[in-house]
Design a protein around this ligand. Structure first.
Ligand code: PMP
Length: 323
């Protein structure tokens, strides 16, 4: 769908996949005025195709658009575009346990103009790709390096709560350096004080404490994950007390030493709920739960995927049929 400041959104269309032609002065190439979303389409055993809480992705996309001075896209256009793309060929949505069609809606400043101001021409597109299980051969706990050197976005008022490519660009170097040291992922601390846990490059984080409470970093400068919101709900349904707060890294490290932190997991659309088996930083290195997936971590993971794949009752009306 194309937008101009004079005509608004128009020209809703489906095109064959192929390269875009961009003027070298296209604004997004210079000032990174763009946003995106990530969702999955799941095939259920009766052949119907569903997605998970797309109203939340639409709302987050609208917030990201506002922050990046991009035009608002209606919820109907957002969800309708996903359905329209999936319906072009539902054979595109793979069958099978833990397989899905990844959907990537995005919006970018397409105007060829080098002045620094919001673009007057914008494009919204959706592309898709079948994806298999994130972990081949079973879920494996990941290792995380906490970076005290780099930040991904900024303090509240920055772009951390927007799904904006610049945040991901800033996470590439820390991610590469962590991988070179043998870690799977980087965890970022708050940009204002480098004291509190924030999130990974593409996942939110949770702690399970020995008193039966679940803790996750509060919103403000992190991405408001849809998996995060769903985990908070599923844990509360099970009777766990859930706490959204500022979590000092020092408290996590001492909790791992003393045993008050029992499980640590990360969550997001791509990897669902992923156990963390090792947390390290410049001055500490701890194994978590003996390097094994935690019990509650795996129970929530199972429950969430059962809802997504239609194997369990959708008691919160999270699923939306696309085809
Ligand atoms: N944090 C960041 C930085 C992310 O990119 C993602 C993935 N969208 C998440 C958290 C998890 O969000 P969600 O559960 O909506 O996929």
């Amino acid at each position: 769908i194309s937008w101009t400041s004079t005509d608004g959104w128009k020209d809703r269309r489906i095109e064959k996949y192929g390269p875009l032609q961009l003027d070298p002065a296209t604004a997004v190439l210079h000032y990174a005025q763009e946003i995106f979303e990530g969702l999955k389409a799941y095939k259920h055993s009766d052949g119907s195709v569903w997605t998970f809480r797309p109203d939340r992705n639409a709302a987050r996309f609208a917030r990201s658009a506002h922050r990046l001075a991009l035009p608002a896209l209606s919820v109907d256009d957002f969800i309708g575009s996903l359905a329209a793309l999936v319906r072009t060929d539902i054979a595109w949505v793979p069958d099978g346990e833990d397989s899905s069609l990844y959907l990537r809606p995005f919006m970018y400043a397409s105007e060829a103009f080098l002045g620094v101001r919001p673009a007057l021409e914008v494009e919204y597109l959706v592309i898709a790709s079948p994806v298999g299980p994130y972990f081949s051969g079973g879920v494996r706990p990941v290792s995380i390096y906490v970076s005290e050197e780099y930040h991904r976005a900024g303090p509240p008022g920055g772009t951390g709560d927007a799904k904006f490519g610049g945040n991901y660009a800033a996470s590439l170097l820390p991610q590469r350096e962590a991988q070179e040291q043998g870690f799977d992922q980087v965890c970022f601390l708050d940009a204002a004080t480098s004291t509190y846990l924030e999130e990974l490059g593409g996942m939110n984080v949770f702690l399970v404490m020995d008193d039966g409470t679940l803790h996750t970093p509060e919103l403000g400068s992190i991405l408001e994950g849809i998996t995060r919101a769903s985990v908070l709900q599923l844990a509360a349904d099970r009777g766990y007390q859930v706490v959204e707060r500022r979590i000092p890294l020092a408290e996590v490290v001492s909790g791992l030493e003393s045993g008050t932190v029992k499980e640590f997991f990360a969550c997001g659309t791509a990897a669902v709920v992923t156990p963390v088996g090792r947390l390290a930083g410049a001055t500490f290195d701890h194994e978590i739960n003996g390097g094994e997936p935690g019990e509650l971590t795996m129970a929530i993971r199972q429950e969430l995927t059962d809802i997504q794949y239609g194997r369990a009752e959708d008691r919160h009306s999270w699923m939306r049929r696309l085809a």
